[in-house]
Design a protein around this ligand. Sequence first.
Ligand code: ZN
Length: 229
Amino acid sequence: MKQKEIALSILPNRPDLDDADDDHALTNWDTPMRSDAFELSDEEKIRRIEGHFRSIMETLGLDLTDDSLQGTPQRVAKMFVKEAFSGLNPANRPHPRLFENKYNYDQMLVEKDITFFSHCEHHFVPIYGKIHVGYFSSGKVIGLSKINRIVQFFAKRPQVQERLTVQIGKEMEKVLRTMNVAVVVDANHMCVASRGVGDTNSKTGTAYFSGKFREETYKREFLNYINAR
Ligand SMILES: [Zn+2]
């Protein structure tokens, strides 16, 4: 495999956040997982999380015999395992089929405004926003909905935005067998908006550019396109 570079930057006109209380020092781009992560079945995980979440609610002083609260521990457990964090399980990884690019279209392909919902791994509250991806075909293409699935797979994990951005970029390179990929993530962090500094207006932008997208012309073209409303 060719040597490649990772460009990770805070984009202009998207204000950086004062994240002094969050440690964003990443040592590699894989989600940190235990080696025994999948020894338990989903059903067993749901059963255990339900118990733990019940304890959390009881510790907070909530009355779990109340009709409205009774089902919450199980609902939360199911949501964690089957929805919010389903992207931790490699069994859920999308394996999109590649098609020949029969039109010989060798220009930039862009899919913008893919809505995503993720969770910040420091507070377990939502990160949500839009993701824009672009690539140059290596002769193969995938259906646009498959790009969406790749985005959702990595979003459905406890995340930090920088890792989410790079994981999507690297997966696109692998799946599309191209070294020319761009990913821009434009996100709102509930841990910044609803707690802490309580800033509801700031957005965080992160970007991953490989190959041709590191060249100023293509990068501009991509950024201009995704910023055009
Ligand atoms: Zn957070």
